[in-house]
Ligand binder design. Structure first.
Ligand code: BJ8
Length: 425
């Protein structure tokens, strides 16, 4: 049967041949990595469906929203506040990319020693294979790491309406003031894009919507403390990845539904893995769709991942925004307070992150931590050394991994991960 979305992809200007090739690789990876897992919760059927339609139905929904007068904003970072976008009648979608694409073209614009995440974003644009990017009315970049900061200078010539947000690098009063003024500037830019002013009512509703989404993810995370773990780390990561794409209300409902099921599984001592399987916390760089390499290696080597200290995970979703404000100014201040706690490695010093890793290792009863660093990601690779040292001093076994999106080091990584899991046993 003909694919019902071909005309839509064509209208978006996608390179259909390249896009077909991407979908084929994605579909195969999904089948191999996810559908082969045993003892999956039934509720994962929803996420399987979402992934099967990630370039189809969800894009059609976004285009329908646009036809009804809403705008779509794409973002590469959890510092871009979804609350502000929603309150001004826009939908925010994540653009972070987790696969290599059109690398030859990318390396004509970026140095080879750029992290895979940045290269991937460029590859998806240059290869014309990302319908989210092509649907976006505004793309938001942010001055976080040096790689991203400088890459947006080049990306500006490739995408229409690139908006760059400045971000603090120090958690000081001055840093907070910068974040506040940048969020105000962003509010103005979104209002100008949509023609809709943020009101106290719309902002309160948006804060509630995003809080509900985060609360559902917190509930899911908390259930992973059980032994046996009721859900695999692969499946929990998938839910955290879908967080950035899905309709927020539907996402919240689906995650809460799976949580109901997980509570039943915990009561019946039913796990995705047997009880006493070695438990691992992953900490470090974000793992964007379809970057499933490390979790697959870990869980196919006999351990279960019980948490992600990552922006696609707890670092991104931790903390709700205070809902008690009554004016736009009060709620904007609450949004600044909430986001200013995100402990990305671009901050210096960044003591909160180490404290959070230790807290998470204890809360999720992790037997060890795997620090995941993307090659050439200076902020996280630099932090991996003190993190490893501090954790080892507390007798928490730690493995530092440095990798990219290629599959070439699968064998080597598997050997190291297996040895680490053996040590945990
Ligand atoms: S808040 S982690 S989403 S910036 S991997 S591009 S850091 S060189 S992604 Fe991030 Fe926002 Fe921080 Fe989170 Fe640079 Fe490192 Fe590449 Fe990275």
């Amino acid at each position: 049967m003909d694919n019902p979305y071909v005309a839509m992809w064509q209208d978006l200007g996608l390179d259909l041949g390249a896009h077909d090739a991407l979908l084929e690789v994605l579909g195969k990876a999904y089948t191999d990595f996810f559908l082969t897992q045993k003892n999956r919760p039934e509720g994962m059927g929803y996420f399987d469906f979402v992934m099967s339609e990630v370039h189809g139905l969800r894009i059609r929904e976004l285009l329908d929203e646009k036809a009804a007068g809403r705008k779509v904003i794409g973002s590469f970072c959890v510092f871009v506040p979804e609350e502000i976008a929603l309150a001004a009648n826009a939908t925010l979608v994540g653009l972070c990319s987790g696969a290599d694409f059109a690398m030859e073209e990318v390396e004509k614009l970026l140095p080879r020693n750029t992290c895979a995440l940045i290269k991937s974003a460029f590859g998806f644009k240059l290869g014309r294979v990302c319908p989210y990017l092509e649907s976006a009315d505004m793309v938001v970049g942010e001055n976080t790491c040096d790689g991203k900061k400088k890459a947006y200078e080049s990306l500006g010539s490739l995408v229409e309406n690139l908006y760059v947000m400045d971000l603090p690098q120090v958690k000081s009063e001055h840093g907070r003031a910068l974040l506040k003024s940048e969020y105000e500037r962003f509010r103005g830019a979104v209002e100008a894009l949509t023609g809709v002013a943020v009101t106290a009512e719309s902002l309160k509703a948006a804060i509630r919507t995003v809080n509900a989404k985060r609360a559902a993810i917190h509930r899911l995370s908390s259930l992973r403390k059980a032994d046996p773990a009721p859900i695999s780390g692969m499946d929990a990561l998938l839910a955290n990845q879908v967080f950035f794409y899905d309709n927020p209300e539907r996402f919240t409902e689906s995650v809460n539904k799976i949580c109901d099921e997980l509570e039943r599984r915990i009561a019946e001592k039913e796990g995705a893995f047997p009880a006493e399987t070695p438990r691992v916390l992953i900490s470090g760089c974000p793992q964007a769709v379809p970057n499933w390499k490390l979790p697959f290696i870990v869980e196919s080597s006999g351990a279960v991942i019980v948490g992600e200290e990552s922006c696609v995970g707890e670092r991104g979703a931790r903390n709700l925004t205070d809902e008690s404000g009554e004016t736009v100014a009060e709620m904007m201040a609450a949004i600044v307070d909430r986001y200013f706690q995100v402990d990305c490695a671009i901050f210096t010093p960044n003591h909160d992150r180490l404290a959070h890793i230790e807290e998470m290792a204890a809360a999720y009863r992790a037997d060890g931590v795997i620090h995941y660093g993307l090659q050439f990601c200076t902020p996280y690779l630099m932090e991996s050394f003190p993190v490893e040292k501090a954790l080892e001093e507390k007798s928490i076994p730690t493995l530092r991994i440095e990798t990219d999106y290629s599959m070439e080091d699968m064998g080597q990584l598997k050997t190291r991960v297996e040895a680490f899991i053996e040590q945990l046993r």
